[in-house]
Design a protein around this ligand. Structure first.
Ligand SMILES: [Zn+2]
Length: 126
């Protein structure tokens, strides 16, 4: 069978602790100047390392207007640069969030996250 054919166009899954299976996790957000933001994901039940995410962007729960106002308040000069990383919450985010919740509720991908990435999403985009 051609590998392209069994690839799913989208997939969603709760992250499970590989050690105890729990889906309750804590995110430790790490900032280091000049580097992308990294998130260390730790199991809230057994306290062990689950995964690390490197962020291309961060979407907060704030709308564009309130985000802009807050950023201006904090630091006028870096407002534009900050907006390049911090994305505003909008209808597109809400819709995708609902879609992901629905996918997980209806047909959560049973594969491990590494398997999903290697089987369906490892080919270069664009
Ligand atoms: Zn655990």
């Amino acid at each position: 069978m051609d590998n392209e054919e069994k690839m799913t166009p989208e997939s969603a899954r709760l992250e499970h602790c590989p050690h105890c299976g729990s889906v309750e996790t804590k995110n430790f957000v790490y900032f280091r100047r000049g580097e992308k933001i990294r998130v260390y994901n730790e199991c809230a039940r057994c306290g062990r390392f689950v995964s690390r995410y490197t962020l291309a962007g961060y979407t907060s729960d704030k709308t564009y207007e309130s985000l802009l106002a807050r950023i201006r308040e904090w630091r006028l000069a870096s407002g534009k640069r900050t907006l390049g990383i911090v994305e505003a919450f909008g209808d597109d985010v809400q819709q995708e969030y609902e879609r992901v919740r629905e996918l997980v509720d209806r047909q959560e991908d049973p594969r491990k996250i590494e398997e999903i990435i290697s089987e369906d999403f490892s080919a270069p985009r664009e």
